[in-house]
Unconditional design. Structure first.
Length: 167
């Protein structure tokens, strides 16, 4: 799942690079556009499948803060600098590939897959919550605001990452 979320987090980049490469290298442009569409559809499918097939658990929120700015920071830090990489220059394209692989390992090992602009496009909001058991979790929710003391039905996507099931 994390790999699909990682590729999905770069969907805006794949789209931009595909459009920019269209006149220069049509085959690479088409590949990038296919990767963008497939990763977005796969990510949407994983979320839909998870919501339908995994039982939710009640989670009481004892503290909550928005993490919406994390997705914007991700865009600015990791995606915007990569927009102007020409694929006709092999060394620059190889450098981009190495950067993406290293970023992918960090992304997956640090459980950052929830920091994802595509989730925002899908209508999800990011919250850091503390539960009544004292755990700090990331909550992905379509609800814009959550209150301390409220209870949500959630599905565990990964260690410390919950998807609200009822919104």
């Amino acid at each position: 799942m994390g790999g699909v979320f990682f590729l999905g987090s770069y969907t805006p980049l794949w789209l931009i690079l595909g459009i920019r490469q269209w006149n220069a290298t049509r085959e690479i442009a088409e590949l990038l556009l296919v990767v963008a569409v497939v990763s977005a559809v796969a990510m949407w499918g994983i979320i839909a499948f998870t919501r339908r097939s995994i039982a939710s658990i009640p989670v009481r929120i004892t503290a909550v803060s928005s993490r919406e700015s994390d997705a914007v920071a991700y865009l600015v830090t990791y995606i915007l600098p990569l927009i102007d990489v020409p694929f006709t220059d092999v060394t620059k394209a190889a450098s981009l590939l190495v950067l993406l692989v290293v970023t992918g390992f960090i992304y997956l090992n640090s459980c950052m897959f929830f920091v994802n602009p595509l989730l925002s496009i899908f209508g999800y909001h990011l919250f850091e919550i503390q539960t009544d058991s004292g755990e700090t979790q990331i909550l992905l929710s379509r609800v814009r605001h959550h209150r301390v003391g409220s209870e949500v039905q959630a599905i565990r996507l990964a260690d410390y990452v919950l998807l609200e099931a009822t919104a």
